[in-house]
Design a protein around this ligand. Structure first.
Ligand code: PMP
Length: 451
């Protein structure tokens, strides 16, 4: 039997990483913090080319509702491959697509389900955001967009503008409510109330300088912004004030959808029915797929208004149908709610032990741990200590050394993000939290903040 020399394995792994660093773009992202070379994966576990195993709580940036290579997903992909169906069909009708739409529509909030239209977009969340903005502009014949502090909607021009970049696009930025670093210094319902009032006054004050907008776009839980759940009351308020002013409400559920936050769609927590929902990531069952679903009254754009060659990925639609059905049939949203609440509780206990854990928050299995520099507390005005991005990076590295993959997010990349598959077992949750606790303890011991 041929036995691979450990050194040869190490060399192959290191060789790949080295070639990546010399050939791939300086703009590469996840690859910088996670120097691993995945070769096999199943569920929560990834195996690297160096033979090491990792528990993956990044889950393809929140795309893997069922973890890696779930059997129902693989079976759905194989079925299409074996059927002889064409893999490239532009946006033509196929049985695979028909089944996907049927399953997706079945899950939609009741207020939208009966009167929804769907547009298949280029296969990235950002393209679906562009489509949503374009649709709203076309339907309202207005230009400007209301978006929120801390938002992330993607990397193309309109989506980037809504996220705080690309200032040439007209975006009015409004305060997203948050407890820990509340811009009004109050947090809680009072902070959310002030955020809503500011929004309302900008829309109604003739001298606010904000023209009547084409849309409001928001995430029900900000993911990249640092795992900040919107209060349900505030979301209902945004719905009411946009509806009263005939402003389409676009809810970006790219990351929060398909059970992640403890409801199938995060808007269900508040009972809000958006005019447009932007969906991607988990709806493709690990393959690229992005759509917008919107109220039929908005469907006034012209044929070809949002074209694109790759809008008919049959494998992604089949994988997505299998994923949506599995999450629905197995009640995985409820499971995410229960397990997520338990994990947040355990992490809050951890925060009591470590002053560098400033805040633990989340909804369902979308969890964030904000790391701060408690030593700097005395130097600052009232409010939370400053963020500790270097400590967060050290925790991420310490996690990786312990075989745990986590993501960083938030304004200063100081929020450790946990996005496990919704299929996470109790034992796996314990293993994740053990490794994380150990990593936080080790990194905080070694951490000496700059004076
Ligand atoms: N919206 C949200 C809420 C997201 O989290 C992301 C990706 N993190 C996007 C849009 C953009 O999706 P993509 O990276 O597929 O373009």
């Amino acid at each position: 039997m041929a036995v691979t020399e450990p050194s040869a394995v190490t060399t192959a792994h290191e060789g790949i990483l080295h070639r990546q660093s010399t050939r791939e773009s300086a703009a590469r992202t996840y690859a910088r913090a996670l120097p691993i070379v995945p070769v096999r994966a199943r569920g929560l576990t990834i195996e690297g080319a160096d033979g090491r195993r990792y528990l993956d709580c990044l889950s393809g940036a929140g795309s893997l509702a069922l973890g890696h290579n779930h059997p129902v997903v693989l079976a759905a992909i194989r079925k299409v491959l074996d059927s002889g169906a064409p893999l490239h069909v532009l946006d033509l009708a196929t049985p695979v697509k028909d089944a996907f739409i049927t399953e997706l529509f079945r899950t939609l909030p009741a207020g939208l389900a009966g009167r929804a239209r769907i547009q298949f977009c280029g296969p990235a969340g950002t393209d679906a955001v562009e489509a949503a903005l374009k649709l709203a502009r076309t339907a309202t014949r207005r230009e400007g967009v209301l978006a929120f502090t801390g938002a992330y909607h993607g990397m193309t021009a309109g989506a980037l503008a809504a996220s705080g970049g690309a200032p040439e696009v007209r975006v009015t930025r409004l305060p997203y409510p948050q407890d820990y670093r509340c811009p009004f210094g109050t947090g809680g319902p009072r902070g959310a109330e002030l955020s809503a009032r500011w929004t309302e006054s900008l829309l109604d004050d003739r001298k606010s300088g904000v023209p009547h907008p084409a849309a409001m776009i928001l995430e029900p839980v900000q993911g990249e912004g640092g795992v900040i759940p919107a209060p349900d009351d505030w979301l209902r308020r945004m719905r009411a004030l946009t509806a009263a002013r005939d402003i389409p409400l676009i809810v970006d559920e790219v990351q929060t959808g398909v059970g992640r936050t403890g409801a199938f769609w995060a808007v269900e927590h508040s009972g809000v029915t958006p005019d447009v929902m932007v969906l991607s990531k988990a709806i493709g069952g690990s393959l690229p797929l992005a759509v917008i679903v919107y109220h039929e009254d908005l469907d006034v754009w012209q044929p070809g208004a949002h074209a694109g060659t790759f809008r008919g990925n049959q494998l992604a639609m089949a994988a997505g149908t299998a994923t949506l059905a599995y999450v629905r049939e197995h009640g995985l949203a409820d499971r995410a709610a229960v397990l997520g609440a338990r994990m947040v509780g355990q992490l809050q206990a951890l925060a009591a032990e470590h002053p560098c854990v400033g805040d633990v928050r989340g909804r369902g299995l979308m969890i964030g741990i904000e790391l701060v520099d408690p030593a700097a507390e005395v130097l600052t005005a009232p409010g939370p200590p400053p963020a500790a991005p270097e400590l967060a990076a050290a925790v991420q590295r310490a996690c990786l050394q312990r075989g745990l993959i986590v993501e960083l997010g938030g304004r200063d990349a100081s929020v450790v993000r946990i996005l496990p598959p919704l299929t996470l077992t109790d034992e796996q949750a314990c293993a994740v939290l053990d490794r994380l606790a150990d990593a936080i303890a080790a990194a905080s011991r070694a951490f000496r903040p700059h004076p």
